[in-house]
Design a protein around this ligand. Structure first.
Ligand code: NAD
Length: 288
């Protein structure tokens, strides 16, 4: 594979940035990879495990001379980080983010983008419930979608280069407009996380079933369904605060359906339950 960016800077050194570094090395698409994270503990771990070629002690040092800068911090920190690195960006640098929300990130990042740089949003639809510098692995993006979300006026050449980059990291790419991205993600990712967190909260709140019983007798349903409730609280707090409208809309729809099912159970409407489960099973079976 040919080098697509001579120097890539990763800001934030957690699951996504770590996996990107390992996938970039596997694909040979970056000449040199620098990295920065806010906490010195994370930087030290990244150094110890050789996660990137150079771990820098400031974000400014990390992005200096970078051709591609990846913002891989929680959604709520994107704007502050952009403001911090702006003065050090070189002419023609491309800044991208990997955040799970796009509308809010555009609003917080774009006002700080200096004239000499370009911004194109991306969202790898891949993750695990783990976080931090030790959690990354090169295969994370293999055969997963990476949504490419260019703001109006972004350079077509740079969009195509970034698409090529994500495909080299193993992903399929698809372009999407920011508002639609946020609605799609509210359906397929954000609301399911909220419901998983709630399910664990309900189990914890039920005094007649002890926490020990929940842990001990966790059958496949609870275990499978709530795996994602082990995800990072800061990341998910920021996602919901940033994708407020879309998640509230989907949560409203979810509540309506849940009430309809609750009523069907109460009045013994087996046909309703059976029809509902038949329709939803067919859809779920279509997802590999
Ligand atoms: P993570 O918690 O594993 O890593 C976040 C990193 O950001 C850490 O190294 C932390 O030290 C650093 N950080 C936090 N605030 C910072 C700041 N102000 N300045 C510099 N560094 C800072 O998180 P992650 O899972 O890698 O998520 C990173 C981004 O990717 C988030 O925006 C998230 O929405 C998005 N994302 C996550 C997933 C997932 O499933 N985990 C999937 C797709 C996209």
């Amino acid at each position: 594979m040919t080098i697509l960016y001579n120097r890539v800077a990763l800001i934030g050194l957690g699951l996504i940035a770590g996996s990107m570094s390992l996938a970039m090395r596997r694909a040979g698409v970056a000449g040199e990879i620098t990295g920065y994270a806010r906490s010195s503990e994370t930087r030290n771990t990244a150094r110890e495990i050789g996660l990137v070629d150079h771990v820098c002690d400031t974000a400014l040092d990390a992005v200096k001379d970078a051709d591609l800068v990846v913002l891989a911090v929680p959604v709520g920190a994107m704007g502050t980080v952009m403001a911090e690195i702006a003065p050090a960006l070189k002419q023609g640098a491309v800044v991208t983010d990997v955040g799970s929300v796009k509308g809010d990130i555009f609003a917080s990042v774009l006002p700080h983008l200096p004239e000499q740089a370009e911004f194109i949003g991306t969202h790898p639809m891949a993750g695990t419930e783990h976080s931090g510098p030790n959690s990354g692995f090169a295969e994370l993006f293999d055969k997963r979608w990476c949504l490419i979300v260019p703001p109006e006026g972004a350079s077509e050449t740079e969009i195509q280069r970034l698409e090529k980059f994500w495909r080299a990291l193993g992903s399929d790419t698809k372009r999407m407009e920011a508002e639609h991205h946020d609605l799609v993600c509210a359906v397929v990712s954000h609301t399911p996380h909220l419901i998983a967190y709630t399910m664990v909260g309900v189990a914890d709140d039920l005094s007649r079933v002890t926490d020990q019983e929940v842990i001990e007798f966790s059958a496949a349903g609870f275990r499978d369904f709530t795996r994602i409730a082990a995800s990072d609280p800061t990341m998910w707090r920021d996602v919901f605060l940033s994708n407020k409208d879309a998640t509230l809309e989907i949560l409203g729809r979810f509540t309506e359906e849940l009430f309809a099912l609750q009523r069907a159970i109460r009045i013994g409407d087996g046909d309703h339950l059976h029809d509902y489960f038949t329709r939803t099973r067919a859809i779920r079976r279509g997802i590999i």
